[in-house]
Write a protein that binds this ligand. Structure first.
Ligand code: DP6
Length: 339
C-alpha cells in the first residue's frame, strides 16, 4: 500500500526584496516583500512524494542525487505538515506514522541566485499538503523551508507579510492579483553565470543584519512606503512606476550588500552592463519600458510588457551575440498537481 503525489511549483522573483530575518529558526523576515510568480513552463521545480508503511526512514533525492534528510529546514516542513494533518484529522494516525520518500528536480541552475530553493520548498510543501490532505494555507510552512518559498505557493503577484507575532502565525503570503490581472506582463531571465553563489542568501542576510546601517533605514522608511506604492502600481497596471520601484529596490538591496561588512558582492560586470543597457534603452524610448532586478547572484530578471519583447530581445542579441541563455515567460498560476 502506498500513496504518491507529484506537483510542479513556479519560481518567484521579488520586486520588493526580502533581506534580513528577525527570527532565524522560524524564518521570520524583518520586512514585507512583493514578488511575481513566473510561468512553470519555463522555470519550475517538480517534486514527487510517496509514503509507504515499508519505508524504513525518510529519504530525499535532489536533482538525482541522494541527500540527507537530517536538514533541519526539511524536517521542520515535514513535521509541520504532519502536525497540521493531525490537527485537521485529514489522514489516519497510521498513515501519519509512515516514512516518506521525496524526489525533486529543477529545470534551471540551482543556487545561482535563481530562486531555486523558493520553487523547491514551495513544491515540496504543496506536494506534502496534498499527500496528507491538508486544506489550510501552507505558505507559513513553505516559509520554514526558505523564506521566499512562501510566495511561490500563490500565482500572479504576491505579498509576504512580515507579521509581528513571535510564533510567526501572521508571517504568511497572500495574493495581490492573479496572473490574469496583467496578462501582458513578461519576465525575461538572463543567465549570466551558472556557478554556485559565493555566499548563500541565508548567510548574506545574516551579515547585513549584523553590520549594515543602511538596512535599518531600508526596513524603517523605504520598504513600508515602497510596498504600498508598488501594490498600487500593480492594481492600476502602471508599468513605468512599477518598473521604477522594482529597479530602485534591487539597487538598494545590492547597496546594502556592499554596506555589509565584509561586503557581499553578488553582481558581476555583466550584471552592471545590463543595468546600463536598460537605462539607456528607457532613455531612448523617452519612458520606462523595461525594469531589471537582481537577487543574490549575477543573473538578471527583466520585467517588461509583451509588446516590448521583440525589441528588447534583439537588443540583447546585439549586446550578447554568443549568449543563448535567455528565457521569456509570463506570470503563472500556483503550484499544480500533475496527473
Ligand atoms: C535576494 O529565501 O533564499 O532572493 O529564507 O534564508 O532561505 P532564506 O533566504 P531566501 O532569500 C531570498 C533573498 C532574495 C530576495 C527575495 O527573494 O525576496
Amino acid at each position: 500500500m502506498s500513496k504518491i503525489v507529484t506537483m510542479i511549483a513556479p519560481v518567484n522573483i521579488a520586486v520588493i526584496k526580502y533581506w534580513g530575518k528577525r527570527d532565524e529558526e522560524l524564518i521570520l523576515p524583518l520586512n514585507d516583500s512583493v514578488s511575481a510568480t513566473l510561468d512553470t513552463n519555463v522555470m519550475c521545480a517538480k517534486t514527487s512524494v510517496c509514503a509507504r508503511p515499508e519505508f524504513f526512514e525518510n529519504e530525499i533525492w535532489l536533482n538525482g542525487k541522494k541527500e540527507s534528510f537530517t536538514n533541519q529546514r526539511l524536517e521542520n516542513c515535514l513535521h509541520e505538515i504532519q502536525a497540521r494533518a493531525a490537527d485537521e484529522k485529514s489522514v489516519s494516525v497510521e498513515f501519519l506514522s509512515w516514512k516518506v520518500h521525496v524526489c525533486s528536480v529543477n529545470n534551471f541552475p540551482t543556487a545561482a541566485g535563481l530562486a531555486s530553493s523558493a520553487a523547491g520548498y514551495a513544491c515540496l510543501v504543496s506536494a506534502l499538503a496534498k499527500l496528507y490532505k491538508v486544506k489550510s494555507d501552507v505558505s507559513s510552512i513553505a516559509r520554514l523551508g526558505s523564506g521566499s518559498a512562501c510566495r511561490s505557493v500563490y500565482g500572479g503577484f504576491v505579498r509576504w507579510h512580515a507579521g509581528v507575532n513571535h510564533d510567526g502565525s501572521d508571517s504568511v503570503a497572500s495574493q495581490i492579483a492573479d496572473a490574469s490581472h496583467w496578462p501582458e506582463m513578461r519576465a525575461l531571465i538572463l543567465v549570466v553565470g551558472e556557478t554556485k553563489k559565493k555566499i548563500s542568501s541565508t548567510s548574506g542576510m545574516r551579515i547585513s543584519v549584523q553590520t549594515s546601517e543602511l538596512l535599518k533605514h531600508r526596513i524603517e522608511y523605504c520598504v513600508p512606503l515602497r510596498t504600498e506604492e508598488i501594490i498600487k502600481t500593480i492594481r492600476e497596471k502602471n508599468f513605468a512606476k512599477f518598473a521604477e520601484i522594482t529597479m530602485k529596490d534591487s539597487n538598494q538591496f545590492h547597496a546594502i550588500c556592499l554596506d555589509s561588512y565584509p561586503p557581499i558582492v553578488y553582481m558581476t560586470d555583466v550584471s552592471h552592463y545590463i543595468i546600463e543597457l536598460v537605462h539607456k534603452y528607457n532613455k531612448t524610448c523617452g519612458e520606462i519600458k523595461v525594469a531589471y532586478t537582481f537577487d543574490a547572484g549575477p543573473n538578471a530578471c527583466l520585467y517588461l510588457l509583451d509588446k516590448e519583447v521583440p525589441k528588447v530581445v534583439s537588443l540583447l542579441k546585439y549586446a550578447f551575440p554568443t549568449s543563448n541563455s535567455e528565457f521569456i515567460t509570463g506570470l503563472s498560476v500556483q503550484a499544480e498537481e500533475l496527473t
